[in-house]
Design a protein around this ligand. Structure first.
Ligand code: GUN
Length: 355
């Protein structure tokens, strides 16, 4: 058969595949807060460094920090593309409309957007299951609160944050169902003075164990000053408050970033919606304080093991909202659609979700 002898039709001399092998994949990271925030952005930066180390001269990464969720974000992403970046990580929810707009124009650039929900041919969305870390922290909080009132300093009122608040409280109530909770919103991701003020008002209201969904260790530092307890979130914040620190719910973005880079280098990048948690090594509760009872540490380990093997889900009914209405019936496990749309407080949380 003559076919075998024909020159391979798909390899003309000037094909793009003939580009120098040394061409690096350029990857840009856009951050909403400073890399020194100790939390959300610090963790993204750790993962950027990890992939740079892992892929060596196959990739060239760069980052821009403290980019507001405004038209500035579009300018930064267009600059990144202009500098030859073919993969851009936009690492905050509020970049969503700017990612969509920029990606629609720049079809040869792939965008990865945390923690949005809008995809496109060249936009994938991803997040970590921060609510699992919140629940594990909640278990510890439930054992350590003496006032039976825990509190959360909340950031931006979107379902992701409401889900985390609720999950923290569900964890606490798994130890003691009578536990109540208070929430103060600061309406920003990174605003240390406001985070501190919010923490102070929670403490003044009788809260003695706090969690937060903001990016800095300000809540933890306030706890240290006031003699109450709190958690690190997103990053390991233990060093900021040695006495107050009860544990840190840490995100590891490296497994996901590694997958994305591998796929992109192999020409297999694809859009989608990726949500990794304890099971995928993307979430963990670390450095639980020494004075937390062993039985509680065991309970945390058991929940973690269940999340890993799929025998346990944080959002399993019965769950009631704070008006007493059942929102998830007994034995039912919430699906992703339910989880992504949570816009109520669970039983025991004071007040209502900002409208
Ligand atoms: N910090 C800054 N942006 C975000 C976000 O989109 N989600 C979470 N959980 N924290 C953030």
């Amino acid at each position: 058969c003559g076919k075998k002898d024909e020159a391979p039709a798909a390899a003309p001399a000037a094909a793009p595949a003939a580009a120098p092998a040394a061409d690096k994949l350029k990857i840009g990271f856009m951050y909403v807060s400073p890399i020194g925030d100790g939390g959300w952005t610090f963790q993204h930066e750790l993962a950027r460094k990890a992939i740079q180390e892992k892929f060596g001269d196959k990739i060239e990464t760069s980052m821009v920090e403290s980019v507001p969720e405004s038209a500035d974000a579009e300018r930064v992403m267009r600059d990144m593309a202009g500098q030859g970046n073919k993969l851009v990580f936009a690492t905050s929810f509020g970049y969503q409309e700017f990612v969509q707009k920029t990606a629609a124009d720049l079809k040869d650039v792939k965008f990865e957007h945390a923690t949005g929900y809008k995809t496109a041919d060249n936009v994938a969305v991803y997040d970590s299951k921060t609510f699992e870390g919140a629940y594990l922290a909640g278990i510890v909080a439930g054992a350590m609160t003496k006032t039976k009132t825990v509190g959360v300093v909340a950031s931006v009122p979107i379902p992701e944050v409401v889900r985390n608040i609720n999950s923290f409280v569900l964890g606490a109530q798994s130890v003691d169902p009578s536990i109540k909770a208070k929430v103060v919103w600061v309406n920003e991701w990174f605003a240390p003075p406001k985070e501190s003020e919010a923490a102070t008002s929670l403490i003044n209201g009788g809260v003695d164990v706090m969690y937060q969904n903001t990016n800095s260790p300000a809540v933890l530092k306030t706890a240290e000053e006031r003699g109450v307890r709190a958690f690190g979130k997103d990053g390991d914040m233990s060093a900021f408050a040695p006495k107050a620190h009860l544990g840190s719910a840490v995100i590891n973005w490296t497994p996901y970033y590694t997958k994305v880079v591998e796929d992109t280098l192999a020409g297999k990048w694809q859009t989608g919606n990726f949500w990794w948690g304890v099971k995928e090594g993307a979430m963990d509760l670390v450095k639980i304080a020494d004075d937390v009872p062993q039985e509680i540490k065991d309970k945390v380990e058991k929940a973690k093991a269940g999340l890993k093997d799929g025998s346990f889900a944080v959002w399993t009914g019965p769950i009631k909202n704070n008006a007493g209405k059942e929102v998830l019936e007994s034995g039912k496990v919430a699906d992703d659609g339910f989880l992504r749309g949570i816009n109520f407080y669970v039983n025991g949380i004071e007040g209502s979700v900002p409208g």
